[in-house]
Write a protein that binds this ligand. Structure first.
Ligand SMILES: Cc1cc2nc3c(=O)[nH]c(=O)nc-3n(C[C@H](O)[C@H](O)[C@H](O)COP(=O)(O)OP(=O)(O)OC[C@H]3O[C@@H](n4cnc5c(N)ncnc54)[C@H](O)[C@@H]3O)c2cc1C
Length: 480
């Protein structure tokens, strides 16, 4: 196994771009979301030589617009999909105990027994939490990592979520799941860990056509087109996968979150879990972030047609999320208190079912006629397993020699700058320099939108922009 620096930056990119164009890599990975970087890490950890190309920046796609939860897989039990639920709980266990305990914390999730939550919804919620705990036990996750669910008093419910309407509140049920400090940070950290094992991580290189033994690519900064050769190729382009693999039909589903000031909800310390009206299996979550924000999500909207680079939330989704939240809080949150909104596109594999909420959330790993592997679907929580399956298949179909995956016991790099600096305290120049020197940031947007999450609130973005721009320029110049 190669040992290299885990630093990603413009200078290394320049150097490795030249080398990649001359070499034949064992694995060429296309896509720098969580799936692609996971594949790069899995392959590099097996001792294979790896080049990863990403059309924009790391975590540019869906991976930065998630709910940031490391799920135990409870929602899959609701659809009877026990295997996926167990896989999710197992991957959560590995992430929280071995792979990334420094990036994940346990998050309490409170189902409030408010008047708007029916008896049937309370019973279903309580049963679900008990079953979720059975998944935790099956995965052998200790209670010290994820406490067991329990009923809580009205007083405790109000302490955890002070904005709840106390009128006729009858306590609630509290359960625990994993919460990432930041999803884009997970992507970067996996990419840096792969880079430390010798993987070449090349942002701003777009694949135009894939083959079993390479790709025609275009470098975004110069427009230069050239060939990359490889012994195997993995297409991990998420919702855009169908553009490179004609045999795949992706059915994008938009999920929107709104961003609120935590203070407007009394600075909650647990997430609120609010059942959709009339449903016992679908919820809106109000998730406290370390940044002094609460994100409230999420929606599930079919989005047929051309796939945008960045999805836009709609006003009706924002209204739905506010209305759901306002069913349980004392002082309704108004539209003008919404500080920002963001949307991601779920890369669901089209199975022809009627509603996008029913489409399988398990991942697909398949070989295209041209000989490359496509890996698609799944979620952040299961990226490691998706990556293992994709590399196993690539090794098999392309006749490579490689040991089994070893990522289940591989801890991600530890020197991580927190992404979620509180907007009020601003962003430090040391953090921006770290982003450029170590985390591969090349532009002000890379810093605002993917190395920090300041960009989630437009007014914060505008306030920070100029200062960040200056420091990014200086840090880039220092690398030359
Ligand atoms: C709203 C929402 C909430 C979610 N919440 C959770 C959650 O809480 N927990 C969880 O576990 N999962 C969650 N998920 C699921 C999870 O976010 C996704 O499954 C996962 O991020 C998909 O990652 P990916 O790498 O496959 O795709 P992406 O992150 O989209 O990455 C694909 C990358 O490929 C690049 N690319 C595209 N075309 C090309 C090309 N031709 N050449 C080079 N690069 C290219 C793109 O720029 C992009 O960066 C959520 C999903 C959504 C939409």
């Amino acid at each position: 196994m190669t040992s290299a620096s885990t630093d990603l930056n413009a200078e290394r990119r320049r150097r490795e771009l030249r080398l990649a164009a001359d070499d034949v890599a064992d694995v060429l990975v296309v896509g720098g979301g969580i799936t692609g970087v996971g594949v790069a890490l899995d392959a590099a950890a097996r001792g294979l030589s790896v080049t990863l190309i990403e059309a924009h920046d790391l975590a540019f796609g869906t991976s930065r617009f998630s709910s940031k939860l490391v799920h135990g897989g409870l929602r899959y039990l609701a659809t009877g999909d026990i295997a996926t639920a167990r896989e999710s709980a197992h991957e959560r266990h590995l992430l929280m105990t071995t792979i990334a305990p420094h990036l994940i914390r346990p998050l309490g999730q409170l189902l409030p027994f408010s008047p708007g939550v029916t008896l049937q919804q309370r019973a279903a919620g309580a049963l679900g939490m008990t079953m979720g705990d059975a998944l935790r036990m099956h995965a052998r996750t200790p209670r010290a990592v994820l406490p067991a669910p329990r009923a809580v008093s009205t007083r405790t419910a109000l302490r955890l979520a002070p904005a709840l309407n106390p009128h006729r509140l009858r306590g609630g049920m509290l359960s625990y799941d994993g919460q990432l400090a930041d999803d884009a940070k997970l992507v970067l950290t996996v990419a840096r860990t792969a880079a430390g094992l010798g993987a070449r991580i090349l942002t701003r290189v777009r694949a135009r056509e894939l083959r079993g033994d390479g790709a025609s690519v275009e470098e975004a900064l110069t427009g230069e087109r050239f060939e990359l050769r490889a012994r195997s190729v993995v297409n991990a382009t998420g919702v855009w996968a169908g553009g490179l693999d004609a045999s795949i039909t992706v059915r994008p589903s938009r999920g929107t979150h709104i961003v609120l000031d935590a203070r407007d909800l009394g600075s909650p310390t647990a997430a609120l879990t609010i059942p959709h009206e009339g449903s016992i299996s679908r919820y809106v979550f109000a998730l406290p972030q370390q940044s002094g924000r609460v994100i409230v999500g999420l929606t599930d909207e079919d989005v047929p047609g051309a796939i945008p680079d960045v999805a836009e939330p709609s006003e009706s989704e924002i209204a739905f999320l506010l209305a759901s939240l306002n069913r349980v809080v004392e002082v309704p949150v108004r539209r003008e208190q919404v500080r920002g909104a963001f949307a991601g596109l779920r890369p669901l594999v089209d199975t022809g079912s009627a509603s996008s909420a029913d489409v399988s959330r398990r991942h697909l790993v398949t070989t295209a006629d041209a000989g490359f592997v496509t890996v698609l679907g799944g979620k952040l929580t299961t990226y490691r397993r998706m990556a293992e399956d994709a590399v196993d298949l690539a090794v098999r179909v392309r006749g490579l020699t490689a040991p089994p995956s070893r990522t289940a016991t591989l801890t991600l790099v530890g020197d991580v700058y927190p992404a979620d600096v509180h907007a009020d305290t601003g962003i430090s120049s040391a953090q921006i320099e770290f982003a450029v020197r170590t985390e591969g940031a090349m532009t002000v947007d890379d810093v605002l939108d993917r190395r920090t999450r300041i960009g989630l609130v437009e007014s914060d973005r505008e306030r920070a922009r100029q200062g960040v721009e200056t420091i990014v320029a200086q840090a880039l110049a220092a690398l030359e």
